[in-house]
Design a protein around this ligand. Structure first.
Ligand code: HEM
Length: 409
């Protein structure tokens, strides 16, 4: 019998590099009960895939609290209540249909040139900062401004207010981490309240003077038929777009450029053949997945046979932590999963999730990532890490670097 795996999600060594633990879990305990979270940790690809497609599971369940009830969290909970990520069909279908109407492939395509120009501008800004100081943080100077500007453009956030988006977003996402402090919870509640007040104010302005942006179009859907989208739902989903629309893109850029630095042969291949870019971007998302896991709840009593052939029974309300990051390293699906392979094809990673909650922003994220990496390779072909080690922010759900100091070789 192999040794039982120790799953200690608060261990700094795990947070620095969780992939060896995922491998052990997949091999020895693929459906592992983690008592502190009262959740089953699911790490094999086929199990994650099957549970994401299973309509008997959802992100929310009536009567089951995701977090201990806390009246101080009311402003946060009110906002979350209308978010696509917190509801299930039929309400989820109603809202997702409305959102798909105002955020179409045409709207994404229309952003292509703007994104290309932005990526070039930020690559030049990075080059200038390196020229001045000898080094620069790729995350702050390059990776953050691109998706923040794109999502702010898309939603119609005025230039003068954009600097407020990142701090609000960073504040809110703290609530999604299982290992969080009361101080972080307070910051999340404050950020949610201020962000919601801002979006309400902005929506009121768009009502008076609509423009060609997503918030104006959402306001339009409400004006045509208020039954389709309540005001709270509009606010909640505008906030979701503003957060989801940049956090993960920034994190893929950081984690992905780090992977390129650590795999010079992959980088050289990409430098020589830009046709590989779309595959390279998928590989960046697979290799160091920015959103490591998401929760699901059993909406009814379940009996499921796992990939290991074991039949398991779960009561309604059981919580699962589905590890997309581990699924993306499962050797049963990905050949040599620890190899960073910019030619990998097919690459059926689950970094965008699957099923009902599949990421709405996937086409936009792909467009931003390919344009951003292209601009870096073209404008800074001699980009090099300025330090030999990298520090990840010690979080369980969001995986991203504190900073990525770079210079020129
Ligand atoms: C590389 C970048 C991105 C990654 C890795 C990513 C990942 C994800 C994942 C994993 C989910 C599903 C969560 C679950 O399974 O519970 C999701 C949902 C979502 N994402 Fe993304 N995302 C990215 C970029 C974006 C962008 C650019 C936008 C907006 C323009 C966006 C908007 C959304 C929305 C609205 C949902 C909720 C969908 C629903 O619940 O029906 N995402 N994303």
């Amino acid at each position: 019998m192999p040794d039982p795996v120790t799953f200690r999600p608060d261990d700094p060594a795990f947070l620095h590099d969780p992939y060896p633990t995922y491998r052990q879990l997949r091999e020895t305990d693929p459906v592992h009960f983690h008592a502190p979270w009262n959740a089953w940790v699911v790490t094999r690809y086929r199990d994650v895939d099957a549970l994401l497609r299973d309509k008997r599971l959802g992100r929310v369940m009536d009567g089951v609290e995701k977090r201990p009830a806390n009246p101080d969290h009311a402003p946060f909970d009110r906002i979350q209540a209308g978010s696509l990520l917190e509801i299930e069909p039929p309400d989820h279908t109603r809202i997702k249909t409305a959102v798909h109407e105002v955020f179409t492939p045409k709207h994404v395509r229309a952003l292509g040139e703007r994104i290309e120009a932005l990526a070039a501008r930020q690559a030049d800004a990075l080059a200038a900062r390196i020229e001045e100081d000898g080094r620069a943080d790729l995350i702050r100077v390059f990776a953050e401004p691109i998706p923040v500007t794109v999502i702010a453009d898309l939603l119609g956030v005025p230039e003068a207010d954009r600097h407020r988006l990142l701090p609000w977003s960073k504040g809110i996402i703290q609530m999604f981490e299982p290992e969080r402090t009361p101080e972080q919870e307070r910051e999340a509640v404050d950020a949610a309240r201020d962000f919601a007040a801002y979006v309400r104010w902005l929506a009121a302005r768009k009502m008076e003077a609509p423009a060609d942006d997503l918030i104006s179009r959402m306001v339009g859907v409400r004006e045509d038929d208020p039954e389709r989208l309540s005001e709270d739902e509009m606010v909640a989903n505008a906030i979701l777009f503003l957060n989801a629309g940049h956090e993960a893109v920034v994190n893929v850029l950081g984690n992905g450029v780090k992977a390129l630095f650590e795999h010079p042969e992959a980088r050289a291949a990409l430098q020589d053949d830009r046709e590989l870019l779309p595959r390279a971007v998928e590989e960046m998302m697979r290799f160091d997945t920015p959103l490591q896991f998401f929760e699901r709840f059993a909406l009814e009593d379940l009996t499921v046979t796992g990939d290991d052939g074991v039949e398991r029974h779960f009561e309604a309300g059981t919580k699962f932590a589905l590890y997309y990051a581990s699924a993306n390293h499962d050797a049963a699906v990905f050949e040599a999963p620890e190899r960073f392979d910019v030619r990998r094809h097919p690459n059926p990673h689950v970094a965008f999730g699957l099923g009902v909650h599949y990421c709405i922003g996937a086409p936009l994220a792909r467009l931003e990532l390919t344009r951003a990496v292209d601009a870096l390779l073209t404008r800074l072909p001699d980009l090099a890490p300025a330090e030999s080690t990298y520090a990840y922010v010690p979080k369980n759900v969001f995986r991203y670097l504190e900073a990525l100091p770079v210079g020129r070789a």
